[in-house]
Write a protein that binds this ligand. Structure first.
Ligand SMILES: NC(=O)c1ccc[n+]([C@@H]2O[C@H](COP(=O)([O-])OP(=O)(O)OC[C@H]3O[C@@H](n4cnc5c(N)ncnc54)[C@H](O)[C@@H]3O)[C@@H](O)[C@H]2O)c1
Length: 253
């Protein structure tokens, strides 16, 4: 068991990549706090983990709201007495379209869910981690943040902000024994956001366009990302901070 006894929050764990991370970490002995804004999805994931023999509780919160993030951390401390890892996975994108056609409301939501959530998680989780001698953050960014493509400009920028902010957090929080790392997944066609990234239903043409840029010849899966998160959350990564693991099959363009 690689994360046995660790208290870990996964935000946006009601579906997609977050669900995969929560399930994998629970298999390896973590006590999971499954967060999502969608209570029905989140409750289902927590119940599935428990049914498989793992430890999980669902705590609803909108991670863009400071008071709700505060309540999420407080509920975690009440249930598990500590917070070892905060996995900021909840994310959102505007639909793939020309940058000038993205509304202000969609721009604001992209930055609120992808970036402001990290601000709130730091504000409320860092003091809790300091009290117990340290912890770690794992922020789910994207290959979009390092190799942007047209059509997702504002989303791409928000993920670049996640990457640089994570490196800066790592530099600032190191003396408190708090590690901060990122994961950059490449396209996964099986999540709630996939069609938005692709700009419409995933027909053969859209799938082929993405696939042709991935030398290992397949898309990423939630399990690929979960295995990277498992490593970063474990003590095996005790000296790893400020890095961004690219889970992208060597995506070249
Ligand atoms: N799918 C991909 O191709 C891909 C590639 C790279 C990075 N990512 C990133 O992976 C992460 C997970 O996305 P996914 O693809 O699994 O999509 P998804 O839509 O399946 O999962 C996102 C989850 O976040 C939840 N959520 C949204 N807003 C929230 C909020 N304000 N508070 C709490 N929960 C909220 C949603 O309800 C949903 O369950 C995102 O950060 C995304 O940017 C995805």
């Amino acid at each position: 068991m690689r994360v046995s006894g660790k208290s870990i929050i996964v935000t946006g764990a009601g579906s997609g990549i977050g669900r995969g991370i929560a399930e994998r970490l629970a298999e390896e002995g973590a006590s999971l706090i499954v967060n999502d804004i969608d209570a029905q999805l989140g409750e289902q994931v927590a119940a599935a983990i428990r049914a498989a023999g793992g430890q999980a509780a669902f705590v609803a919160a909108d991670v863009t709201q400071g008071a709700q993030m505060q309540a999420l951390i407080a509920a975690t401390l009440q249930l598990n007495s500590k917070l070892d890892a905060m996995i900021n996975n909840a994310g959102w994108t505007h639909r793939n379209r020309p940058m000038l056609e993205v509304s202000e409301a969609d721009f604001d939501k992209v930055y609120a869910v992808n970036m402001k959530s990290i601000y709130w998680s730091a504000i409320h989780a860092v003091p809790a981690m300091k009290k117990t001698g340290g912890g770690s953050f794992i922020n789910i960014a994207s290959t979009a943040g390092v190799r942007p493509r047209p059509g997702l400009t504002w989303y791409n920028g928000s993920k670049a902000a996640v990457i640089v902010t994570s490196k800066s957090m790592a530099a600032e929080l190191g003396p408190d024994n708090i590690r901060v790392n990122c994961i950059n997944p490449v396209f996964n066609p099986n999540t709630g956001l996939s069609a938005e990234f692709a700009g419409g239903p995933l027909d053969e043409a859209r799938r082929g366009k993405f696939l042709s840029t991935i030398p290992l010849g397949r898309f990423s899966t939630a399990l690929d990302v979960a295995n990277a998160a498992l490593y970063l959350a474990s003590d095996e990564a005790a000296f790893i901070s400020g890095v961004c693991i690219e889970v992208d099959g060597a995506r070249c363009v």
